[in-house]
Design a protein around this ligand. Structure first.
Ligand code: ZN
Length: 134
C-alpha cells in the first residue's frame, strides 16, 4: 500500500510524483554516486523523504555489530575497548543523526501528499495526468 513515503515530491508543482513523472540523474560526488530527481513537468529539483526502513536497518546493524563485538571479544579473551565499541556502533549513531531529517521531511512532504490525496484520492492510478507545457 503506497503512502506519502512512496513518492518523490515537486514543491513547485506542489504534488507527489509517480515513477514516470520525474527523471533521475546519477551524478558523481565525493565518496560515490548521488541520485538527483527532476520533475518532468516543470524541470524543478524534486526530492523524496529519507527512507525510514533504511534508517531502522542502519540502527539495528550497529546494535548487532556491538553485540557481536562485545561477546566475540569476551569469548576470545580480548578487551572490549571504547574505540572499538564506537566503531561498531557507528551505523546506529549515524541512524540517530539521520532520524531528525526524516521528521523534517515528514513536515515538508506529508502536507503536500495530504492535500493531494484529499483532492485526488490515495490510489495513484486515478491521479490526473500531468499537464505538460508543450
Ligand atoms: Zn514540478
Amino acid at each position: 500500500m503506497p503512502n506519502w513515503m512512496s513518492y518523490i515530491y515537486c514543491q513547485t508543482c506542489d504534488r507527489p510524483l509517480r515513477k514516470n513523472e520525474y527523471r533521475s540523474v546519477m551524478t558523481r560526488r565525493r565518496g560515490g554516486w548521488r541520485e538527483t530527481h527532476y520533475c518532468q513537468m516543470c524541470d524543478s529539483h524534486a526530492s523524496g523523504p529519507a527512507r525510514l526502513n533504511r534508517i531502522i536497518e542502519m540502527f539495528f546493524l550497529g546494535i548487532v555489530g556491538a553485540v557481536f563485538y562485545y561477546y566475540g571479544s569476551k569469548s576470545e579473551g580480548l578487551r572490549v575497548t571504547v574505540n572499538g565499541m564506537l566503531l561498531v556502533c557507528s551505523p546506529s549513531m549515524l541512524a540517530l543523526l539521520i532520524f531528525p531529517c526524516f521528521w523534517w521531511h515528514k513536515l515538508k512532504y506529508k502536507p503536500i501528499y495530504d492535500r493531494w490525496v484529499k483532492l485526488h484520492g490515495t490510489d495513484p492510478e486515478y491521479w490526473p495526468r500531468p499537464s505538460r507545457p508543450n
